[in-house]
Design a protein. Sequence first.
Length: 281
Amino acid sequence: MTIDVGELQPWIGREERVVDTLAPQPTAALTATLDRDDPPTLGAPLPPLWHWIYFLPFHRQSELASDGHAKRGGFIPPIVLPRRMFAGARLTYSGELTIGEPARRTSTITGLDVKQGRTGPLIFLRIRNEMVGAHGSIIEEQDIVYRDHPRADEPPSAPRPAPAEAVWRREFRPDIMLLFRYSALIFNAHRIHYDRDYVTRTEGYPGLVVHGQLVATLLADLLRRNDRRPLAAFRFRSLRPLFDIAPFTLCGAPAGDRVMLWAEGPDGALAMEAEATYSTG
């Protein structure tokens, strides 16, 4: 497939602005989805990565493509490659967003590159989100990767073994109910997370895909279950997808003001790596 990145260049610099109130109801719903019993109350800090349940794009039903994503060509450029993966993000925190306050998000497309991968072309889309409230802000730089469907004879990529020195470990068993509830919370209709016929027959995956955002949220939740100090930064990178057909393990290794975090697949392979840095102020 030949891709003319020049046709996509006009999207660089494009902005989208959303204003939202960080109401307590979504945080109560996410608390229940994560099987916790301590929903944040009005005025409490928004837990790390929970900003994804706010500032949602409410696309009309007629604006959805056959895979459940919004049709491309609005804020997101019209990239022709069908598979989309939230590959990672880097977040910096200054103060805290708090439950009940109004906040605004400004999203800017900052980069768009085409590379030749092992199995074909890849498009890397970079989006900068700045979320600002009365008591603080979050700056998030997202990496979105687009690629073609795999060929039937395509060999699997070699796995990277997960680290062995975890101090915190929590086995997690995803299921269709969890994935459906999280999809609803972030208003994400992407069918790979809840439509088993579609994900296995059309996308070629062995089971329902666990959202990359959900895995990152679970790693931040592991951190929160063990240490509630406020964060200065959090970054993560997805390496391999996880599925609802087997449990995976959430791991952490604290070292002073930093914590290394990772998700280990059922085969012992590294599925996601992350790092959290605590605020010293």
